[in-house]
Design a protein. Structure first.
Length: 202
């Protein structure tokens, strides 16, 4: 089980002037599809520090909020009663359905603040190849989606534009998916030419 910060806060929902509807968080597009290759390693702190030192001249730190450079990720995994997504990890094609949120703090001992970015992600992995489909929406809309409540027409139209998520939408509306596990962890992100490295801790 991942460790959880003792406290965190949430910024006020951002709304479009006069519309009463929350805007897409952080200006990101409602959907994103990333075909890429992913390699994972379980490293000791000593090895991670050696790695960071070795790539410091070739990769740069990726910080979304320079006033709060300490980044956290909160991930809530959704699954069926018989854990169909979890069981898929034992086969050649593993699928995970999750809600990803991001938080940040000014320093390590400070409570992280949720940024307002909220994504429903369907991640499919075959070997080292992965595809991730993301639907971005405000937290309130995402809560409605998970609870099987009809969405605001705007967000419903955005979601309907992603055919690969249609089976997921049906399961959510039929209340056949539910949150099963939530994890918190600190994340350091480094970027370079055609490569992204993330180091997760706790």
């Amino acid at each position: 089980m991942e460790s959880t910060p003792a406290d965190y806060s949430t910024p006020d929902d951002e709304t479009s002037e006069g519309s009463g509807r929350a805007r897409a968080p952080l200006g990101v597009p409602p959907t994103r599809i990333d075909p890429e290759h992913e390699h994972r390693f379980l490293a000791s702190r000593h090895d991670a520090e050696r790695f960071l030192a070795s790539v410091s001249g070739r990769l740069r730190l990726d910080v979304y909020d320079r006033a709060r450079p300490v980044s956290w990720s909160r991930t809530t995994y959704l699954d069926t009663d018989d854990f169909a997504y979890l069981r898929s990890c034992a086969g050649p094609v593993a699928s995970r359905l999750r809600i990803r949120e991001y938080a940040a703090a000014a320093e390590g001992g400070e409570a992280p603040v949720l940024t307002g970015a909220c994504f429903l992600e369907l991640k499919t992995t075959t070997g080292t190849a992965r595809t991730k489909v993301r639907f971005a929406a405000p937290t309130a809309a995402m809560t409605q989606l998970v609870d099987g409540v009809p969405l605001d027409p705007y967000w419903n139209a955005q979601l309907a534009s992603i055919p690969v998520l249609y089976p997921v939408i049906g399961l959510l509306r039929d209340r056949e998916l539910a949150p099963r596990l939530t994890t918190w962890y600190r994340r350091v992100s480094l970027v370079g030419l055609d490569v992204r490295v993330t180091l997760d801790e706790n």
